[in-house]
Ligand binder design. Structure first.
Ligand code: MG
Length: 168
């Protein structure tokens, strides 16, 4: 049986993951509006991945006999200065999620809730990948700068991205 404190913290994290999906959809919409369809596609896939994260916690709560609580989702940032700016915002968002997974893990340790500690390990590993991936995209986009041809080619690369729960 999970304590109320831990159940509430997991619930909060679940909502955070769904908020992340919402936020990535706003980035997709920004890119699509400027006809950067490849980047828009990348963010739609990223949103799909965040929903998968949210569902992972939803299923865990169910498995542990806790009813998941959905809260209202705040309005995400919708205005950006550039495609690069969306990636910089995305990295900040992921760093924020990493911090909250760390806090959640601290709480699970505090309660010696070993099954939850084990469950959260997947998320800790995932966050390392998420941050690294956005850092790489930012480095490339900065290197590309105003070179439209390179930007176009990079966009075509990202357009190929498809989210699959096991890979990626
Ligand atoms: Mg996530």
């Amino acid at each position: 049986m999970l304590s109320d404190r831990l159940a509430n913290a997991l619930n909060k994290q679940m909502n955070k993951e769904f908020f992340a999906a919402h936020s990535y959809m706003a980035m997709a919409a920004y890119c699509e509006h400027d006809s950067y369809s490849g980047f828009a596609h990348f963010y739609v896939e990223q949103a799909e991945e965040e929903r998968f994260h949210g569902m992972k916690i939803y299923n865990y709560l169910n498995d542990r006999g806790v009813q998941a609580k959905f809260s209202s989702i705040e309005e995400p940032k919708i205005n950006f200065a550039s495609v690069l700016d969306t990636f910089e915002n995305a990295l900040e968002q992921e760093k924020n999620v990493t911090k909250s997974i760390y806090d959640l893990t601290d709480l699970a340790w505090d309660e010696k809730e070993h099954a939850t500690i084990s469950f959260l390990k997947w998320f800790l590993d995932e966050q390392v990948e998420e941050e690294s991936s956005f850092e790489t995209h930012i480095d490339y986009l900065k290197r590309i700068g105003n070179d439209k041809n390179s930007l176009y080619m990079y966009e075509k690369e990202l357009e190929k991205r498809t989210f699959t729960p096991d890979g990626d």
